[in-house]
Design a protein around this ligand. Structure first.
Ligand SMILES: [Zn+2]
Length: 628
């Protein structure tokens, strides 16, 4: 994206409105144009490939640049979907074969056509999640960027999509694509919308419920019972209703329908991917497994919150989405991080997660942002920009991410939690983060329902700050919050804010000696350091690095698991302990490690720590954590 690293302090509203008008008039002109036709068939699903026939009519004269996407909405790394495409044949509208030029691995240049280009190809896919394509005897699970080609410069064209049932398999399609009178034929108003419309084609179990005049569908592909499906649907409904309370209303779903595409099977991969009117939620395992239910519902909560935050209330950095280059956003700390804060809060408010578990998650978030070395280097905004390197990005070289990076999900959660508690604290509970989300929704989210596939009122970071100034009535507070905690690397005083809710923040290993958050595996030759040693931890300062072997500590040879913990338990923070180790490459080293106190915290209700919960604290806590 060209706007990716701009933090514009001017608001080019006029420009935006002109763009919107152009867009609307263009859309109505094209609505009369012949739609692009996609025919998706599955001649041998067991072999994990499908057949695509794409008929691109009404093309302007000149070379048609046909492409496979390199990106997928909601994902930030490059995925190079062209790698799975094979046996490509191209003709014009009269069936005359045309040999394309190949300027890149992602592109087929077609010259000399008659205004229509027909591309036929096979595409392999064997990963069931929110990003890729999966075809097998049980289903076709299609993420569209991994499946369909598009024509460069023709993203505003409507399309018509036909799913062809494999022989002997009466599969149905679950999708946010617009239905027609034929249950296997759908339409999309533009290519952005098509790309945003994953489709599950299978004998799925369907559950539906209404919220006001809109339908929520759950297309569930699983190996459990109807009772499992019913229980899941009840929990999903609780989440949907609790989420809507935060924004004060549901989004207006295009076509009045929102669809959960849920795949819980032993061979699928875990994911959650948000879209305008649907989501893919997947997980290896089974609904009936109680140990997995919390995580499954957490993903449901997270993805449904995205129907507001990200899909409609959307950062200008990712709008419109680029299918050719990595999409970079300054605002994933908000789009993902604030969503991450709310997904747990919603579960807890809906009675699907214990308060204790939620508080445990909050402690984990504080520990990560407070003590991960990455915060010395980069702010939450800068972490957001790294998404193309870390969001499902494959790298075969080792990276230093544990020392250089804090997930914008976690960092953003910490900012959201800090802001929620700060607003409650300074107004004695009159203003909350929910008020802020609602104000943002009204300004930037709600209006974007007009054009399916686009969010014409996308926000900038300045808009987020200005809205906080409006909601809080205090421009100085908003400026400082953004300057210090979002664009800067400071943290709010969580202990002080948590105390308002009668929650005690204290060291979880007070008085115990500690060498750092280091991973060790003991075997022949000592304890091997199996992960990056955190910057400035006691072991780091002693010169011990990944792949080194700790041979002895405090004079004792290290020969078994648990031995290092035993030695540490006999010491206090500040003790100097002899350490011998062998560096990768064979160099022997002998030095002392100065033990410290584990700085990590836990959060404990004051009444569980021998204190008394005051009436004021109780009120504060309940307003925050009770069902709204
Ligand atoms: Zn998310």
């Amino acid at each position: 994206m060209t706007q990716m690293t701009q933090i514009s302090h001017a608001r080019p509203r006029r420009h935006l409105r002109v763009l919107l008008l152009l867009l609307l008039s263009a859309t109505s002109a094209w609505a009369q144009a012949v739609p692009f036709e996609y025919r998706l068939s599955f001649p041998a699903p067991e072999h994990r490939w499908m057949q695509v026939e794409a008929r691109f009519g009404g093309l302007p004269p000149g070379t048609a640049e046909i492409r496979m996407s390199r990106t997928s909405p909601g994902r930030y790394a490059l995925h190079e979907f062209a790698k799975n495409v094979f046996e490509v044949t191209i003709t014009d509208g009269a069936g005359r074969a045309i040999e394309p030029a190949r300027p890149s691995l992602h592109q087929w240049d077609v010259s000399g056509h008659d205004g229509t280009v027909v591309v036929t190809y096979k595409v392999f896919g064997d990963r069931t999640d929110g990003t890729y394509l999966s075809v097998d005897a049980a289903h076709a699970h299609m993420n569209m960027p991994a499946t369909v080609m598009f024509v460069r410069g023709q993203l505003d064209r409507p399309s018509r999509i036909t799913f062809v049932q494999p022989a002997g398999r009466p599969w149905r399609a679950a999708t946010q694509l617009f239905p027609t009178s034929d249950p296997l034929v759908f339409t999309a108003p533009n290519i952005h919308y098509l790309m945003d419309s994953p489709t599950e084609f299978s004998p799925f179990t369907l559950r539906t419920f209404m919220v006001d005049d809109q339908t929520i569908r759950i297309a569930l592909h699983h190996d459990g019972t109807d009772a499992d499906a019913d229980a899941y649907a009840r929990d999903v409904e609780k989440i949907v209703r609790e989420s809507a309370k935060i924004f004060g209303e549901m989004p207006r779903f295009d076509a009045g329908t929102y669809t959960f595409l849920a795949d819980y099977l032993p061979w699928v991969d875990g994911d959650g991917m948000e879209h305008r009117n649907s989501t893919v939620v997947s997980r290896r395992g089974a609904l009936r497994n109680p140990a997995q239910q919390q995580a499954m519902l957490g993903t449901v909560s997270h993805e449904f919150f995205h129907a507001w935050n990200t899909e409609r209330l959307r950062s200008r950095g990712i709008e419109p989405f680029d299918y050719e280059e990595a999409d970079v956003s300054d605002d994933l700390w908000f789009g993902e991080g604030f969503t991450n804060y709310y997904d747990g809060l919603i579960l807890e408010r809906a009675g699907l997660m214990t308060t204790e578990a939620l508080i445990g998650d909050f402690a984990g978030i504080i520990n990560t942002v407070q003590f991960s070395p990455g915060r010395r280097i980069r702010s939450a905004v800068e972490m957001s920009r790294l998404a193309p390197f870390v969001d499902a990005a494959a790298s075969i070289d080792r990276t230093a991410w544990p020392n250089l990076f804090i997930s914008y999900y976690t960092y953003g959660s910490a900012i959201a939690m800090g802001l929620d508690l700060s607003l409650r604290d300074r107004t004695d509970g009159k203003l909350t983060l929910d008020d802020y989300m609602r104000a943002l929704w009204r300004k930037f989210g709600r209006s974007s329902n007009k054009t399916p596939g686009f969010a014409p009122s996308a926000y900038t970071i300045r808009d987020l700050q200005d809205t906080l100034a409006e909601v809080s009535g205090d421009a100085k507070f908003a400026e400082e919050y953004f300057k210090r905690y979002v664009e800067g690397r400071d943290l709010v005083d969580y202990a002080k804010l948590m105390a308002r809710a009668g929650l005690l923040v204290r060291k979880r290993q007070a008085g115990k000696a500690w060498m750092g958050d280091v991973r060790l595996q003991t075997g022949a030759g000592g304890a091997r350091v199996t992960a990056l040693v955190p910057f400035e931890s006691p072991l780091y300062k002693a010169g011990v690095a990944q792949d080194d072997y700790v041979v002895s500590l405090d004079g004792a040879d290290i020969v078994r698991e648990g031995q290092i913990e035993e030695i540490l338990s006999r010491h206090k923070p500040g003790d100097r302990v002899a350490i011998r180790f062998v560096r990768r490459g064979g160099e022997k080293a002998e030095t002392t490690v100065v033990l410290e106190e584990d700085p990590r915290i836990e959060i404990v209700p004051v009444e569980n720590a021998g204190g008394t919960l005051s009436a004021d604290q109780r009120r504060f806590r309940e307003a925050w954590l009770r069902a709204q």
